[in-house]
Design a protein around this ligand. Structure first.
Ligand code: UDP
Length: 538
């Protein structure tokens, strides 16, 4: 991987002339700063001012052209975390003529993806905020291929997991600090700025307590396409589990410990009749961890970022998340949300320590490791007495940190009981099953025929044809839902039917107009679209 930007391929004088004449061009997608991604030609960056520069000329383009709304609050989010005020992107404007008085630009020939990493020392953040969003932003724009170069502008050093970022393209990613060594004024020939948020499933609690995102747009399929890519890059082969089944206990070695880990491992092995092994970020290389997890039947771990590795579990495996005393599992669900994404096909179990005598607290540690000695006495006592951390905002709530960094002696019989209850089928690698969940199309050729009997009774016969895609599918159960609504009324009568025609006589009045809505349903829960409404007069 070459770190230097080779200036050989580009004709420097021509590039400079083009910049002077054409200036910067920007075209973005997205209506708001929170869903915007921008493509630039000739976006520049001053490493002295640490500002991006947009050069105006006769040929420059700026879409959207927001005027001063560009600062309300920003043009776009540079990280995948929504609307975080430390992660905004903007540029300053200059006329292209100002280039005459500026340092000679150094041109970046690679297609660039410019973004912020959010928290590169925490594995959950690395995958959720950075790797998945970068991977799918690159999929969105065809010129962000294997030869694209990533530029991380958040200002952190490489961090604990830089090797993972390097897998995303063939070029070494560059950090903000390194840009200074390249020159005083950098001009990106072609660049994309910002990250797609389409794969993120969790919000960390900056404006409301943490929880799953309101509108999750990713499924297990896309997660698994990404992990397949990463495993190829890590040289971890996805061999069908030929060997024996086993359980992985992912342990933490610095804090939030399982105090009776050896006993737990023996008990798991005995209960499930499987070999049980431990891994930790401190003692295993990342490729080894992925190799072990990708063939495991069950992953057991304390709540914590290491659980994001359940991304690599095979379908059918179980995730068992252990929560320390006073931490309500329902309030901290990044890994539950991941495991239960449609199509992830993982079984998820949470266990919480509810026994005060089984927890070990650390009130005297520094505040960021959960210490509370800096708080006033009354508050310390309140926290000590409390049996549940109330919902709170990110990220420095002392009661949360105090409880999150407890060590736990796991009540093994209680844990095994919870696992037995929740894990229905035998956990373990499963062949990809082709259910996938395909939805029906609209029903076709819907027709209605009315008949009136006397002045108070009428019948409505409705018929339709199967959705077009059904003839190519094997579907266990096909049903139809029909809604009959009297014109002008707000309510309707719903029916679930097995056949492609039905005669309705209940509550059907003569000389009335009915609206009839029909849709097909596969396997009870795959609801298709309604066909165009049918107008039927009795
Ligand atoms: N970590 C670890 N072992 C430990 C403590 C932490 O591997 O004993 C890792 C953890 O998985 C995460 C990072 O260090 O990637 C930061 O951990 P922290 O406790 O701050 O965050 P959390 O795991 O609660 O998200």
């Amino acid at each position: 991987q070459s770190q230097e930007l080779s200036q050989v391929q580009i004709d420097y004088q021509a590039a400079l002339q083009a910049l002077l004449e054409d200036g910067t061009r920007m075209v973005c997608t997205g209506r708001m700063h929170t869903d915007r991604l921008c493509r630039f030609q000739s976006l520049c960056y001053s490493t002295e001012a640490e500002e991006f520069i947009y050069f105006h000329s006769n040929a420059s383009v700026m879409l959207p052209n927001l005027g001063s709304r560009r600062f309300q609050p920003a043009l776009l989010d540079l990280s995948s975390v929504e609307d975080h005020n430390t992660q905004y992107f903007n540029f300053v404007e200059l006329p292209a003529a100002a280039l005459k008085f500026m340092p000679k630009p150094v041109f970046v020939p690679d297609v660039a993806l410019i973004a912020n990493r959010f928290n590169p020392d925490n594995l959950m953040h690395v995958f959720h905020d950075d790797l998945l969003p970068i991977y799918y932003t690159m999929q969105q724009f065809s010129d962000l291929g294997a030869e694209a170069r990533l530029f991380f502008m958040e200002g952190w050093s490489e961090g604990a997991h830089f090797d993972l970022y390097k897998l995303l393209s063939n070029k070494q990613p560059l950090l903000r600090e390194q840009l200074k060594t390249l020159g005083r004024l950098l001009c990106f020939t072609k660049s994309y700025v910002g990250l797609s948020k389409i794969t993120t499933w969790y919000q960390y609690g900056f404006v409301q307590p943490q929880g799953p995102k309101a509108n999750i747009l990713v499924s297990g399929n896309e997660i698994r396409q990404f992990t397949k890519f990463l495993m190829q890059k890590l040289n971890v082969s996805l061999e069908e589990s030929s060997g024996e089944e086993y359980i992985v206990v992912f342990s933490r070695t610095i804090n939030r410990l399982i105090l009776n880990e050896a006993e737990l491992i023996l008990a798991l092995a005995q209960e499930f009749q499987m070999k049980t092994i431990t891994v930790s970020l401190e003692e295993h290389s990342f490729p080894d961890i992925v190799r072990l997890i990708s063939n495991a039947s069950m992953l057991v771990s304390m709540h914590g970022a290491q659980l994001v590795t359940s991304l690599f579990l095979p379908r059918g495996a179980a995730v068992v998340e252990l929560f320390p005393y006073a931490i309500n599992p329902e309030h901290y669900t990044p890994y539950k949300t991941l495991a239960t994404l449609p199509g992830m096909d993982l079984q998820y179990v949470a266990w919480q320590n509810t026994a005060r005598e089984d927890t070990v607290t650390y009130p005297d540690r520094p505040w960021d490791q959960g210490g509370i000695a800096h708080l006033d006495k009354a508050e310390q006592e309140r926290i000590m007495r409390s049996t549940e951390v109330p919902r709170h905002l990110c990220c420095r709530n002392p009661e949360w940190l105090f409880r999150a960094y407890q060590d736990t002696k796991v009540d093994i019989p209680a844990l095994l009981q919870v696992i037995r209850q929740a894990v229905k089928s035998k956990p373990g690698p499963k062949k990809q099953k082709w259910a996938g969940g395909l939805y029906p199309g609209k029903v076709r050729d819907a027709k209605c025929q009315a008949s009136v009997q006397g002045t108070s009774e009428a019948k409505l016969s409705v018929s339709w044809q199967i959705p077009w895609n059904l003839k190519y599918l094997k579907v266990r159960e096909v049903k139809y839902e029909v809604w009959i609504q009297e014109q002008g009324e707000n309510t309707y009568m719903p029916y679930i039917l097995s056949h492609q025609n039905h005669t309705f006589s209940e509550n059907i009045k003569p000389f009335t107009i009915y609206l009839v809505w029909i849709r097909c349903i596969f396997n009870k829960n795959l609801l298709g679209p309604f066909a165009d409404v049918l107008l039927c007069s009795t």
